[in-house]
Design a protein around this ligand. Sequence first.
Ligand code: G3H
Ligand code: 13P
Ligand code: ZN
Length: 313
Amino acid sequence: MPYVRSTKEILEKASKEGYAVGAFNFNNLEFLQAILAAAEEEKAPVIVATSEGAIKYIGRGNIEAGAKLAVEMVKTLAEKVSVPVALHLDHGRDFNIIMAAIRAGYSSVMIDASHLPFEENLKETKRIVEIAHAVGIAVEAELGKLKGIEDNVVERESVLVDPEEARVFVKETSVDFLAPAIGTSHGAFKFKGEPVLDFERLKKVKENTGIPLVLHGASMVPQDMVELAKQYGAELSGAKGVPEDMLKKAIELGINKINIDTDLRITFVAYMRKVFAENKSEIDPRKIFDPVFVKVKEIVKERMRIFGSSGKA
Ligand code: G3H
Ligand code: 13P
Ligand code: ZN
């Protein structure tokens, strides 16, 4: 199926039908192949994403080259599958990288100005929306900060999205998707105690905006994978992610795009360690990568089933 010009096509359908599409980060060809193979087997629409760091990595430090090569890889592989595939820039903060992604032909970009005061975030987002919409692609922005929720109420209010601000922000910027901070954080160590997400806040943001919402920092950090990695020497004590029932509840309340990176990384590292330990004299990288990427594909398939996007292509 052809590469999707705008991620909006994928997320508007998800929003209408009440499911979420996985946005999976990749940094190299093998991860991308594993994600697209999973999407094909699940008959699921899929978003693949590069961070700014991924663009630099793919371009060996050259951002124009990295963005162009990412688009070329995704377009070439998308033609070989029967499901819609969109390419998204994750956490765009550098104007030059956002422009490089737009020029290269990304299907959407995220402008992440969430570290700036509200008015500046709004102004920056509006500027990117004008440029991106002029070439027919979608924009995601973020409100609040991605940190685990602390018990302190004052701290909590300063970190999480304000639903009233979300209403004004979406109206003023015409942004296509919004990532509201509701208590998740990036990486493998999301919660100190029990996992807590502010669903009431999420519900209000959806009511006030009506657009597809995005959950960042949504990896589940499967404990069997953590244990496997630890068994082969990894230091991951205290690693904890978002439980499945919380992801499902978030989808019910209006999340339509779910960002996953850590689950793929942790699966890769756990099986890499296992394959190395069990094949001490193997020096052919292909024989090491092949079984590992089968596992990465499996974890992507599992996530697609949980998100309800399987069978929706
Ligand atoms: O949101 C963050 C993603 O996990 C990408 O991380 O900047 O290390 O590529 P990265
Ligand atoms: P995880 O670290 O939970 O996978 O989150 C990834 C993410 O939000 C990318 O934008
Ligand atoms: Zn993120």
